[in-house]
Design a binder for this molecule. Structure first.
Ligand SMILES: Cc1cc2nc3c(=O)[nH]c(=O)nc-3n(C[C@H](O)[C@H](O)[C@H](O)COP(=O)(O)OP(=O)(O)OC[C@H]3O[C@@H](n4cnc5c(N)ncnc54)[C@H](O)[C@@H]3O)c2cc1C
Length: 380
């Protein structure tokens, strides 16, 4: 049963219908195979890009869809309800374009943004390092100015699309001044010296490649720096506010997918002479799952509407990430329970949903870090 949505315009309703159609035809038939084999579904991103679904929240003058964030997030949710791996990819791509859009000069935007938003190019976002995940200000990767260039050396861990992306938004240290000594760069994938380490062997999201990117004397023109020297961490963190809403929507889509599967199974499976959904004890589990999905959606939409209205939304983004991902963990775990023994096998997708939900509580800032952001804002 698809989620019931109240969209702000007819165009937005059409976008939801278009997304459902594309993911049903182009993605749903391939998901089990993609997740079993771990192959990266690059072609799916091209299909989404050509349909304009990789660039929805960006202005039309740069080739974007000119849609409010509340619309983009609901489209993203529809994609993630079918494939969390691809949903995460779409969200990471949007995050990778964010720095250029917000901190780039007009010239930089005109030069690079259209091809990044066209969908032919896929982005990646390099903030974390092996020893600096929750605390990115501890990063060590360096960018040293050399005439009209910067030369980058170091390693950026956990890069989603690492080795598969066409461009990398990279945060690197340009001085030893802690969080104020970091700058942001846009690095093309084919720059000499840039390589991907072997992909991480993960618990889930097999269709989303994650790898450490290695920088060995990677020389890029100085014009590829976004914003001023030292502005890299604020650019990265501002992007994360929006990115966290992306992950909140992905987690909600994942939870919706698990709920749909659980309802279908509970209507079909019989015990004690009736469908298990008609046993009140099990029906109430499904009712709680439904309440968790709907309240998660309402939470991320409330934050998105604040962003769309130009208001501060950092605390609300962290609340949405926290609520939506914790709800997704609970809903996907309960979905396994609804399936009984069958839920614990790979014959049904619910065990995969549960594995995929776990990482939502970890990346784009762990849920402990979300609480830190919320508490700091309350203390202000
Ligand atoms: C599949 C996957 C994809 C990813 N994709 C990307 C990507 O594309 N780009 C990117 O830059 N990064 C990416 N990451 C990295 C991710 O953002 C980090 O893993 C995350 O921020 C946590 O950092 P860490 O793993 O170093 O954990 P740590 O920072 O070592 O944290 C370990 C534990 O300590 C807790 N903790 C740490 N500090 C505090 C504190 N102050 N108070 C309370 N608890 C605390 C954490 O919540 C966690 O439970 C990805 C990670 C994964 C797993």
């Amino acid at each position: 049963m698809p989620a019931t949505r109240l969209m702000p315009s007819e165009e937005a309703s059409d976008l939801i219908a278009l997304t459902r159609d594309i993911v049903a035809k182009e993605l749903a038939p391939k998901v089990a195979q993609i997740e079993a084999s771990g192959e990266f579904p690059r072609e799916v991103f091209r299909t989404l890009g050509r349909a304009g679904l990789l660039s929805l929240p960006y202005p039309e003058e740069f080739g974007g869809g000119g849609q409010p964030y509340e619309v983009y997030l609901q489209v993203l949710e529809e994609i993630a309800a079918v494939s969390a791996s691809v949903g995460v990819g779409v969200s990471v791509h949007a995050l990778s374009c964010f720095g250029l859009f917000t901190a780039g000069t007009d010239e930089q935007r005109k030069q690079w943004l259209p091809e990044m938003l066209s969908g032919e190019q896929l982005g990646a976002y390099c903030l974390s390092e092996a020893h600096a995940g929750s605390d990115p200000a501890a990063m060590r990767t360096r960018a040293v100015r050399d005439g009209d260039s910067y030369v980058l050396n170091g390693a950026k861990a956990w890069t989603t699309h690492g080795g598969k992306a066409d461009f990398y938004k990279v945060m690197a240290r340009t001085s030893d001044d802690g969080g104020r000594g970091i700058s942001c760069f846009l690095v093309p994938a084919d720059t000499p010296g840039l390589t991907a380490d072997h992909p991480e062997q993960k618990m889930g999201l097999m269709g989303s490649t994650t790898a450490t990117m290695l920088f060995d004397d990677v020389r890029i023109p100085a014009e590829r720096r976004l914003g001023d020297e030292g502005q890299g961490l604020p650019i990265a963190l501002a992007g994360l506010d929006s990115g966290r809403l992306g992950i909140a929507a992905v987690a909600t889509g994942l939870a919706q997918g698990a709920l749909d599967a659980a309802i279908a199974y509970a209507k079909d499976r019989q015990t004690f002479g009736k469908a298990i959904i008609d046993h009140q004890g099990l029906g109430f589990v499904l009712a709680d799952m439904s309440a968790a999905v709907e309240s998660a959606r309402a939470t991320y939409l409330a934050a998105a509407r604040m962003k769309d209205a130009g208001q501060k939304f950092s605390r609300q983004a962290s609340i949405a990430k926290l609520v939506c991902t914790d709800n997704a963990m609970k809903v996907t775990t309960d979905a396994v329970q609804v399936f009984g023994g069958a839920g614990y096998t790979r014959d049904f997708p619910v065990e995969r949903y549960m594995r995929e939900a776990k990482v939502m509580q970890i990346f784009e800032g762990t849920n402990q870090i979300q609480r830190l952001v919320i508490a700091r804002d309350l203390a202000r």
